[in-house]
Design a binder for this molecule. Structure first.
Ligand code: DGL
Length: 268
């Protein structure tokens, strides 16, 4: 049996979206400690240049590294497009693009895949490149949805305004008869009900949390990561770079039934 490693898994996003990934990981790995960083002071990332996104992402990684995490999950598609490395100073780093692309191909019978994302993610063409690398015959259709992040941050899931905006973004994309749709931004699962209302049940939705959880599971099994087998009650700490009571309120809602043990504001 491999040695126990009780160091937390670091998870970061620009804001609240990465909590959809944290929730999935926390449910899947109930013995693991987690340290979440939401860079709320600098949100959104999706409208910024690749250089700025890379700079912010590297600062987040360096900050988490100093907190003595055992691995880092980039729970942000936009940041993942700029930090594709799988390792940073010896620390395993997980991006969410590769698992999402692979999961979409596992689910798509027709090889017609839609990708929703921030402007920066769609402009990077990271999903298209990865999907085509894995299956050159697959066809990819994408759509930037810049209004989704503020709606998710606002906590407006299933709101009539959200439904209308989702309809507006998705209608042209669905004319391409995709059978699988990647929610290529970790904020988007918060709006999943509104998205599913427009796509109907015949289109498979892929979200970053489920996809990355499978990858971590594989790495735990293969010994690249060591489990926390200390038997102590695990801790989930949430850090943000700006103070907001609204963030805390929406975070509790997104994480449910997972409970956060503490919220703290930090300066990177
Ligand atoms: N949650 C981030 C993502 O997955 C983007 C949010 C933002 O634009 O900051 O792409």
């Amino acid at each position: 049996m491999s040695a126990s490693d009780s160091r937390p898994i670091g998870v970061f996003d620009s804001g609240i979206g990465g909590l959809t990934v944290l929730k999935e990981l926390a449910l899947q790995f109930p013995e693991e400690n987690f340290l979440y960083l939401g860079d709320t002071a600098r949100l959104p990332y999706g409208s910024k240049s690749p250089q700025t996104i890379r700079k912010y992402s590297e600062q987040n990684i360096q900050f988490l590294e100093k907190q003595n995490v055992k691995a880092i999950v980039i729970a942000c598609n936009t940041a993942s497009t700029q930090v594709p490395e799988h390792e940073f100073a010896g620390l395993p780093i997980y991006n969410v693009i590769d698992p999402g692309a692979q999961r979409a191909l596992e689910l798509s019978a027709e090889r017609r895949i839609g990708v929703l994302g921030t402007r920066a993610t769609i402009n990077s063409q990271a999903y298209t490149a990865k999907i085509k690398e894995l299956d050159p015959k697959a066809e990819v259709f994408d759509q930037a949805c810049p209004l989704f992040v503020p709606l998710a941050e606002e906590g407006w899931d299933s709101d009539p305004v959200t439904n209308l905006i989702v309809y507006r973004y998705l209608t042209p994309l669905l004319q391409n008869h995709v059978d699988t749709l990647i929610l290529g931004c970790t904020h988007y699962p918060i709006l999943k009900n509104s998205v599913a209302r427009v796509t109907g049940s015949s289109i498979e939705l892929v979200d970053s949390g489920e996809a990355i959880a499978k990858w971590l599971d594989k790495d735990f099994k293969q010994g690249r990561l060591h489990k926390n087998t200390s038997g102590e009650t695990r801790q989930i700490q949430i850090l943000t770079t700006d103070h907001s009571a609204h963030f805390t309120e929406v975070a509790h809602r997104i994480l449910k039934p997972v409970k956060a043990d503490g919220f703290k504001v930090v300066d990177l």
